[in-house]
Design a protein around this ligand. Structure first.
Ligand code: UDX
Length: 467
């Protein structure tokens, strides 16, 4: 009897020993939210050989994803999704509860839209936190990937502590995303930095291990606390938006004096302290991030009793820029824009996406309509999204159709196909040879050679000099 007991104890210890020596099975990762952030993260982590579950309350969206259908356009994502499904490295479910119970690392990647007062709406984040609390069956690391107001990690921790049905422990990590729409996959696999806000080095190391195969310098994987990590995202986006508004304000000044803004910004950007990116003047910034994050930072500063002078002006310069585009177009057409045919090339807030959220085209088209213009719009990817917002204009399925009998061509998005506009061909199909290029992508010399009145944001000197 005694021998048996000793043998049992021996094998139990041996078993424990081998268990502790066996490498930790890779933590199961659940990503809650299959939007721009969550779906890209899920498919990229799957590509990086992690076993991922992507969960969303939207059953229809999940059914489409299971059939390899992406809910939005992001270059390369549909292919990544298909491969991950074929390799069984990703699964999709609308059963959030099970997805939580089976995970050891959970990413909250739900949307945080802007409220009327400028605050980011964290209702969805709080709802997920409550569900996690109810299904906290083992220790979990909960990663906040959604862009959330500074201090949200504390709110999530309090909700889970208050609602959890067991004394199981957990940790909250803040891991903001810096993906750009249109290059999100590249940015995930080659980030210039990964910021992980965590309470302990051990938790940091666990989350960091998810990104072992990511192409990033180790010194650019930043271990910090939750508050700093939450703040970095807002400050980074607001600074990039500041650069864009600065470029737009300078271009309005240079255009008044006939100075080539593009040449000015090219040389300014050569100073490594300034950097050449985000200095291109245009119709104003859009997208689901810049406007939202700058508004949220402004509100957080006001709530903290700090006057957001500079931050507020990023937004006001941006809004004004859209109206400056309309004014410039009216000047080109001779101010009587009523019943004139305007070919609007580009609806998405930037190239390589179908996203029209906060796109300058929304404001500009509405203003042109209010002035009585006939709009013929074309965008390679965003037509259907814009049609849901502005149904009563003409949507064309090709560039050539849009410019037929146009009294002016207005370029709003820097799609590749607009860069190669065949000016010799189109000059015979337009009513008037007028181009307002808000993205500086048309060959201005050739436009003038073909008899177009060519104006561009930041290159008005050409128009002045061609008179
Ligand atoms: C941005 C941030 O770049 C990214 O790090 C963050 O995670 C999300 O927000 P995104 O919104 O996809 O990414 O677009 P981005 O490429 O940053 O451009 C933002 C806006 O600025 C676009 O409307 C773009 O057209 C405009 N822009 C950008 C300019 O007008 N001029 C420039 O020189 C650069």
């Amino acid at each position: 009897m005694k021998t048996n007991l000793l043998i049992f104890i021996f094998f139990s210890i041996m078993n424990l020993q081998t268990m502790s020596n066996t490498p930790k099975p890779f933590p199961n990762v659940t990503i809650i939210g299959s939007g721009y952030v969550g779906l890209v993260a899920a498919c990229c982590l799957a590509k990086l050989k992690k076993q991922v579950c992507c969960a969303d309350i939207d059953k229809d969206k999940i059914d489409k994803l299971k059939n390899k259908i992406c809910p939005f356009y992001e270059p390369g994502l549909e292919e990544l999704l298909g491969n991950a499904i074929d390799e069984k490295s990703i699964e999709f479910t609308s059963n959030i509860e099970i997805a939580i119970e089976e995970a050891s690392i959970i990413f909250i990647a739900v949307n945080t839209p802007t409220l009327e007062n400028g605050d980011a709406d964290i209702t969805a984040v709080k709802a997920v936190a409550k569900t996690i609390a109810k299904h906290l069956n083992t220790y979990k690391i909960i990663c906040l990937k959604s862009t959330v107001p500074i201090g949200t990690h504390k709110i999530v921790e309090e909700i889970i502590n208050k609602e959890k049905i067991s004394d199981v422990t957990f940790d909250i990590v803040s891991i903001p995303e810096f993906l750009r729409e249109g290059s999100a996959i590249y940015d995930f696999i080659n980030p210039n930095r990964i910021v992980i806000g965590a309470k302990s080095k051990e938790v940091f190391d666990t989350v960091k291990s998810l990104f072992d195969n990511v192409n990033v310098k180790s010194e650019n994987i930043i271990f910090t606390n939750n508050l700093v990590a939450e703040t970095i995202k807002y400050v980074a986006n607001s600074f990039l938006a500041l650069k864009v508004s600065f470029a737009n304000e300078i271009s309005n000044f240079c255009d008044e004096l006939g100075i080539d803004t593009i040449a000015v910004m090219y040389a300014v950007g050569k100073d490594e302290r300034i950097g050449s990116q985000f200095l291109n003047p245009g119709p104003g910034f859009g997208g689901s991030c810049f406007p939202k994050d700058v508004k949220a930072l402004k509100k957080m500063m006001e709530d903290a009793g700090v006057d957001p002078k500079l931050i507020s002006n990023i937004l006001s310069v941006n809004e004004a820029q859209k109206h400056i585009v309309v004014k410039r177009l009216c000047t080109l057409i001779g101010n009587d824009i009523k019943n004139k045919n305007i070919a609007v090339l580009g609806l998405a807030f930037k190239a390589n996406t179908d996203d029209i959220r906060e796109a300058p085209a929304l404001t500009i088209i509405k203003e042109l309509k209010s002035l009585g213009a006939n709009i013929r719009a074309y965008d390679p990817k965003a037509n259907s999204n814009m049609k849901r917002e502005i149904p009563d204009i003409t949507y064309c399925d090709s560039l050539n159709t849009a410019i037929e009998k146009a009294d002016a061509i207005l370029v709003l998005t820097e799609w590749q196909e607009f860069k190669n506009l065949d000016l010799s061909a189109i000059k015979n199909s337009v009513n008037q040879k007028i181009i307002l290029d808000t993205r500086n992508i048309i060959n201005s010399v050739r436009a003038i050679e073909h008899g177009f009145i060519y104006d561009a944001i930041g290159k008005n000197f050409l128009l002045r000099n061609s008179k």
